[in-house]
Write a protein that binds this ligand. Structure first.
Ligand code: MD5
Ligand code: FE
Length: 214
């Protein structure tokens, strides 16, 4: 389960009922107050994934409490139960690699980014470096499987480790992997369990510590 120092993949971490609950919750968050939408990049093009944020709003490349691209609406809060799930995730990863999950008890994420991938959505190789904290990122996958490409912190151009992420999988990125390049080159349509209650596509929830104060 340890992919690289600080990077732990736990296939099937969430039960099917647990996945169904999260899918339901995502449907609620996607409805608003700030609706799930494609984020416009500074160059003018729109990301292919659709995003909704909890706690802090991510606007490339910084966090704010309001969504300026959605009429300045305040971002919905991050529910306590979701932060608690993040703590359990980091504790789980810690069993495989203490570097991934150091200080799991104190892990207190204040941002969730929920990304929806339709069959043609992609995420290019990037680093998540807008947080002012070295705390791990927790990633939960729901729905269709995808190809997840995991690189190194040193170079966008590889080497890479390709991992398939399926519904219910947990990935924790901590320690030396926190700033690794990563991306989603492909989603595999029609691979989700029909019991999940999704009608196609992939959801990814990431939990993060912003390191910001109001
Ligand atoms: C996804 N999301 O599957 C991925 C999973 C994003 C994003 O990349 O920015 O929304 S999270 C992967 C991740 C996060 C933080 C650090 C590292 C990977 N890493 O060090 O490889 O939609
Ligand atoms: Fe990322």
């Amino acid at each position: 389960r340890r992919i690289a120092p600080g990077a732990v993949h736990v296939p099937g971490w969430l039960s099917l009922p647990g996945q169904r609950e999260l899918v339901r919750a995502c449907r609620g968050w996607a409805a608003g107050p700030v609706p799930m939408r494609r984020i416009r990049m500074p160059g003018g093009h729109f990301m292919s994934v659709r995003t909704v944020c909890l706690g802090w709003h991510w606007q490339p490349y910084r966090y704010s409490r309001t969504a300026e691209d959605a009429g300045g609406l305040p971002v919905a809060p991050l529910p306590g139960w979701l932060a608690e799930l993040g703590r359990a995730a980091v504790a789980e990863a810690c069993a495989d690699d203490p570097e991934a999950g150091a200080a799991a008890e104190g892990y207190s994420p204040d941002v969730a980014l929920i990304n929806f991938y339709d069959a043609s959505a992609r995420m290019g190789m990037h680093q998540d470096k807008d947080e002012r904290s070295a705390a791990p990122v927790v990633s939960l996958s729901l729905g269709d499987s995808c190809l997840f490409r995991f690189g190194t912190p040193a170079s966008r151009g590889g080497p890479y480790t390709d991992v398939q992420l399926a519904s219910g999988d947990l990935f924790v990125f901590g320690g030396p992997s926190r700033l690794a390049y990563h991306g989603v080159p492909k989603v595999y349509p029609g691979t989700a369990d029909p019991e999940l209650g999704m009608s196609g596509g992939r959801l990814n929830i990431t939990l993060r510590v912003s390191g910001l104060k109001d």
